[in-house]
Design a protein around this ligand. Structure first.
Ligand code: PEP
Ligand code: MG
Length: 324
C-alpha cells in the first residue's frame, strides 16, 4: 500500500483550491525516524517520550535521555521535532513509580499533573532536551494542560532550566518553541492570554474526544459510539481553530483521527492546516486532500450541520463519490 502513494512523497498536500496542509508524523522511538524520509512528512509533530521511561526498571538518567533525544534530532536532519514531555498515568503506568489505585485513571494523576508534582523528573527531562539540542532549535510541548496556570508553571520550569544552562556556559537552543496540548475541553475556553503565551497548540484528539463525549477511549463498548464527524465535535474543533487564529497561535492536530483520510479532510475543512499522524497514513491523507477543493468540503459540512444530522459523515461520503 505504501508503494501506491510513493509517487506523492515529494508533492505537497495541496488541495484543488490551492490550500496547502502540512503533514507531520508521530513517533516515539529513534527506530521510527527513517520514516520521516520514507513518508515525506514535513517533520515530527508529536514525539511521545514515554517509551524510554517505560522500557526501564528505574527513571532513566539525564545523560541517557539526552543521548536519545540528540539522535532523534540528528535523524530529523533539521526538520522540526515536537518533543512532548512525559505523559504517564492513565493508560501508561511506570512500573517503578509508586502510585495509588485510582477509580478513574483517565481523569486522575497523569501527564502534566505528575510533572508539576514530581518536578525533579520533569526538570531532568527538560535538561536532557536542552543538552540534546546543544544549540539547535528545540520544540517542547506539555501534555494534558487543563488550565492556564499549569502551562504557565511548566513553561517557567523550562525557562528556569534555560537560565541554568546559560549560567553553566552551555549552548542554548538557537530557537525555543514552547507549546501546549489541547486535550481537555476546559483549556479551549482559557483566557486569551493563554493562547498568546503558547508558541503553538496541538490538539490531542484522542483525549479531547474522550472528554468531550465522556466516553473512555480504552472502553470498546463506548469508544466507537461517537463519530469523529459528529456535528457538536466538529463545531467545537472549529471554535478552537478560530481562537488560535485570533491570537495568531499556530495550531495543529495530532490525535489518531488525523491519520484517517475522511476525518483529516473534515479537520482541514474546519480550518486546520497542520496534521500529525502515523507515517503510514501520510500517503492516503495526502492523496485525498489533493483530490478535493476544501471550500467545497466546507460547504458540504456546513449544509449537513444545518440539516440537523448528528454526523456529517453521510453527506461527506456522498459528496466524495461525485469528486473525480
Ligand atoms: C491525544 O490524546 O490525542 C494524543 C495525541 O496523545 P496520546 O494519544 O498519547 O494521549
Ligand atoms: Mg493525550
Amino acid at each position: 500500500a505504501q508503494e501506491r502513494y510513493a509517487g506523492l512523497r515529494g508533492l505537497p498536500a495541496e488541495a484543488k483550491c490551492g490550500t496547502v496542509v502540512s503533514l507531520h508524523m508521530n513517533a516515539g522511538l529513534i527506530a521510527e525516524l527513517p520514516s520521516l524520509e520514507g513518508s515525506g512528512a514535513d517533520g515530527v509533530g508529536l514525539f511521545r517520550t514515554e517509551l524510554q521511561f517505560l522500557a526501564r526498571n528505574k527513571v532513566p538518567k539525564r545523560s541517557e535521555l539526552a543521548a536519545i533525544y540528540s539522535r532523534v534530532l540528528d535523524a530529523a536532519q533539521g526538520k522540526r521535532v515536537v518533543f512532548r514531555t512525559l505523559d504517564i498515568g492513565s493508560d501508561k503506568v511506570l512500573p517503578y513509580m509508586k502510585r495509588e489505585e485510582e477509580p478513574n485513571p483517565a481523569l486522575g494523576w497523569r501527564a502534566i499533573r505528575v510533572g508539576l508534582d514530581k518536578v525533579g523528573v520533569m526538570r531532568m527531562q527538560l535538561q536532557a532536551l536542552l543538552r540534546a539540542a546543544n544549540g539547535r532549535p528545540l520544540t517542547v510541548m506539555f501534555p494534558f494542560i487543563a488550565q492556564f496556570d499549569e502551562f504557565r508553571m511548566a513553561r517557567q520550569h523550562l525557562l528556569d532550566e534555560v537560565e541554568r544552562e546559560r549560567k553553566l556556559g552551555h549552548p542554548l537552543p538557537e530557537k525555543l518553541e514552547i507549546g501546549a496540548m489541547l486535550e481537555t475541553p476546559s483549556i479551549a475556553f482559557a483566557p486569551r492570554q493563554f493562547f498568546e503565551m503558547c508558541d503553538f497548540i496541538s490538539i490531542g484528539g484522542n483525549d479531547l474526544k474522550q472528554f468531550f463525549f465522556a466516553a473512555d477511549r480504552e472502553n470498546e463498548r463506548v469508544r466507537r459510539r461517537y463519530d469523529s464527524l459528529n456535528v457538536s465535535y466538529l463545531t467545537f474543533l472549529q471554535q478552537i481553530v478560530e481562537r488560535c487564529n485570533a491570537t495568531g497561535t499556530p495550531v495543529s492536530f495530532c490525535g489518531e483521527d488525523a491519520g484517517r483520510p475522511i476525518e483529516a479532510l473534515a479537520l482541514t475543512a474546519m480550518g486546520l492546516r497542520s496534521l500529525s499522524m502515523r507515517p503510514a497514513s501520510i500517503g492516503p491523507v495526502k492523496h485525498l486532500i489533493r483530490r478535493v477543493d476544501l471550500s467545497d468540503a466546507r460547504r458540504v459540512i456546513d449544509a449537513a450541520r444545518e440539516s440537523g444530522d448528528q454526523s456529517v459523515r453521510g453527506a461527506v461520503m456522498e459528496w466524495l463519490r461525485t469528486v473525480g
